[in-house]
Design a protein around this ligand. Structure first.
Ligand SMILES: Cc1ncc(COP(=O)(O)O)c(C=O)c1O
Length: 361
């Protein structure tokens, strides 16, 4: 937190009082970086070839990016006017909250959830309302429905939930949506949807058509491994997306990101991504099983990460995170709540289990 007295010019006190988004720690020595839910595979050669051939970076990209929007629209079975691109899906979260909620309004989200959520309303003056997860680290959709008031303009549903892992089940989502006023925007944040294996989990494609107040968010950062290029998208009602675009910083999606995303969606690239996703899911499940063998039970892991809750098997997660860091492997501690471990390189799985095993003595 900043000290107001140190600021040389007049700044907003509410902004100064909130810490900036904190990125997962980066390694300072050789080791595994399991702190940011990144994709451990190197970029696909076809994607690298596509971006290295660009000789026009002296120009602004054509912001509409029709080809990419068409490809995404085809995947969702919608028209391209229902697809909105931004420099990461996190940018669209800000845009939507900004576009829908102002001073005196509120937006609702589960907690613990994506660390960016609490500050999404800062720019527009909207305040966040948090609803605690259930004991199984899942969204408590009944409690969230009960928390809806006239002031709530946006509801964020994170599935699978970062950092805890469970996906929202379709039946629960349907019941929830039936309780949400049609005038309230619901954002289904599916940054990790490609890793979901629970057949009962909600899937944006299947529910979008029924709810004009629903926007689905996806990203190229995780399953597609383009985190460093910053590109994500929203699918939903054109009027909602157009309002999001109004609040967007112009021209922030780069031509490189557009080209890389299109190359990633080519059939051969998609097939390789599917193989990699399958491998990450296999590693995730091996990690969950290995932790269970150590007596550590984790919530249902449906993303590319695993969550060890504070107190599980008597674990003090701050001490566990310190043990990881001493071993050169970085994970993401959420003080008082738990520790999130991203699924990384194949060898990292055994290393994680070794560190947790040694920690437990
Ligand atoms: C739940 C969730 N939503 C959105 C994002 C943002 O991803 P990006 O901005 O890279 O698309 C993240 C990133 O970690 C996330 O965990």
């Amino acid at each position: 937190m900043s000290d107001h007295n140190d600021v040389p010019v007049r700044m907003r006190a509410d902004v100064l009082s909130v810490p900036a988004y904190r990125q997962g720690a980066a390694p300072t020595r050789p080791g595994y970086k399991l702190s940011s839910n990144e994709n451990p595979f190197d970029p696909l050669p076809s994607v690298l070839a596509a971006i290295s051939g660009r000789d026009d970076i002296n120009r602004y990209a054509a912001a509409a990016m029709p080809d990419l929007r068409e490809s995404i629209a085809a995947k969702f079975g919608v028209t391209a006017d229902r697809v909105h691109l931004a420099a990461g899906s996190v940018a669209i979260l800000y845009q939507l909250v900004h576009a829908a909620a102002t001073t005196g309004d509120e937006y609702l989200h589960a907690w613990p959830s994506f660390e960016a959520y609490p500050s999404l309303g800062l720019a527009s003056g909207a305040s966040a309302v948090r609803v605690p997860l259930t004991g199984a680290a899942e969204h408590d959709l009944d409690a969230m429905a009960e928390a809806i008031t006239e002031r709530i303009r946006v509801i964020l549903v994170c599935s699978p939930n970062n950092p805890t892992g469970p996906a929202v089940r379709r039946a629960d989502f349907d019941r929830f949506m039936a309780r949400v006023p049609a005038t309230t925007l619901v954002v289904l944040d599916e940054a990790y949807r490609e890793f979901v294996t629970d057949p009962e989990a909600v899937r944006g494609e299947d529910v979008l058509g029924q709810h004009p107040n629903l926007v689905v968010l996806r990203t190229f950062s995780k399953a597609y491994g383009l985190a460093g290029l910053r590109i994500g998208y929203a699918v939903g009602h054109p009027a909602i997306l157009s309002a999001a675009a109004t609040t967007a910083i112009p021209l922030s999606v780069t031509g490189l990101a557009d080209v890389a995303a299109r190359a990633s969606m080519m059939p051969e690239a998609q097939a390789e991504h599917d193989r990699r996703i399958h491998e990450i899911v296999t590693r995730r499940d091996a990690l969950v099983a290995g932790l269970a063998d150590l007596g550590v039970r984790v919530p249902q892991a449906q993303g590319n990460f695993v969550w060890i809750p504070e107190g599980e098997h008597g674990i003090d997660t701050a001490a566990l995170a310190a043990a990881f860091s001493e071993s050169g492997t970085l994970v993401r501690p959420f003080p008082g709540d738990g520790v999130r471990i991203s699924v990384g390189e194949r060898e990292s799985i055994d290393e994680v289990l070794r560190i947790v095993g040694a920690f437990l003595g």
